[in-house]
Design a protein around this ligand. Sequence first.
Ligand code: PHE
Length: 463
Amino acid sequence: MLSNQAAESGKRKSLHGHWSSRMAFVLAVTGSAVGLGNVWKFPYVAGQNGGGAFVIVYLLCVVLVGMPVMMSEILIGRRGRRNPVATMALLGEEEGSSKRWQWVGGMGVLAGIMILSFYSVIAGWTLAYIVKSATGVFTGADAATVGAQFDGFVGDWRAVAFCHTLFMGLTIFVVMRGVERGLEQAVRFMVPALLVLMLVLLGYSVTSGHFGEGLSFMFTPDFSKLSWDSVLAAMGQAFFTLSIGMGAIMAYGAYLPEETSIMGASGAVVTADTLIAILAGLVIFPLVFANGLDPADGPGLVFQTLPLALGQMPGGAFFSTLFFILLSFAAWTSALGLMEPAVAWVVERFSKTRAQAAIIIGGMIWLLGFGTVFSFNVLADVSFYKGTIFLNLDHLTNNIMLPLGGLFIAVFAGWIMCRNSTAEELGGAGFFYRIWRLLARFVVPVGILFVFLKAVGLLPDLS
Ligand code: PHE
């Protein structure tokens, strides 16, 4: 019975349709990976954690943990061809373990909802900054003016709530249209366009006179500055930026044609995502130093450095507008990935249409988003555990739920699924397969557990 089911797995079809080509899949996953995580989050988290050493740990996590987890997610998704909850239940039983693996999918659905609730608010800021840039608010402005603009804007909850509502509306709209018509078309041109604009901005920051300072901040490691909390943050950032650990990539993998190489696709996505994050750092940090700003300034960093720098240059209003348009697009394609596990789950589990599911889930996320909307104004002083509601959501999802999800996904692919199943999905048991399996079975679980235990102080220092 089991072997029969396994043999049939190759013929399973996804309910939601399939990507029209390999390129469409790579673009969709890249679209999900490249987003606010690269351009908004990476620079400020790197800045808050001291730069160089954080960046090195982040890169190590991307290669040693991120890449194998991404491959595991895609292969699980494609084999199950259902939403992450049902896929984990199905494969759990098929591989002779238990249906209970569905809880890993369930945690992913929840993480996606929680992340999008704050992601949408920040994406709303980028929408507002399109208008601010276009109307020339930043032209010739100094650091104090740009800072006051930012504080004034996020301090006004009505304005922030309006933009958050607009962004959720846009997201629900595309999700409703379905896999091929909605998602694919949305990502086709956004990622290349963002890459090109980042290169243009890099040209500007190279000539800012402080490029060397930015470069050395990012790449000169001072490990004495690195606490285990920072290591946890670097690992969380790797998960967040690659969209892994919560089933988004698993859900996208479910729509992947049989013949596509999972290894090749993952390699392309990880490379593109890392490149854009590093580029963002190389654009932002020289500007931070050129303008005497603080790299540890927090979530407002991109919203202050870029408008300021661009406001000084000829055609700045145009480039600033373009930048925030592209960043909004990048956020938009990521938001689709954040919603996909929940939407696919509601469609399959409760027999709803995609449109109904998008509205139900999107509505919940919109409501939850007010926790973050208020974190920067009326509830800015309400502080518990890690700080505001936003900071707690951010910490709980990025640093806890995503790595935990990744841990279970790697253990499932490495230990629960039999060698034949995974080798079949990864195109044979060659050299790279063996490396993947080694990472998934040992490096990922041990690495994640070790960082968790260190960060909560349960492992003593050896020295
Ligand atoms: N990777 C996205 C970013 O960097 C965020 C994201 C996380 C998207 C998880 C989908 C799933 O902005």
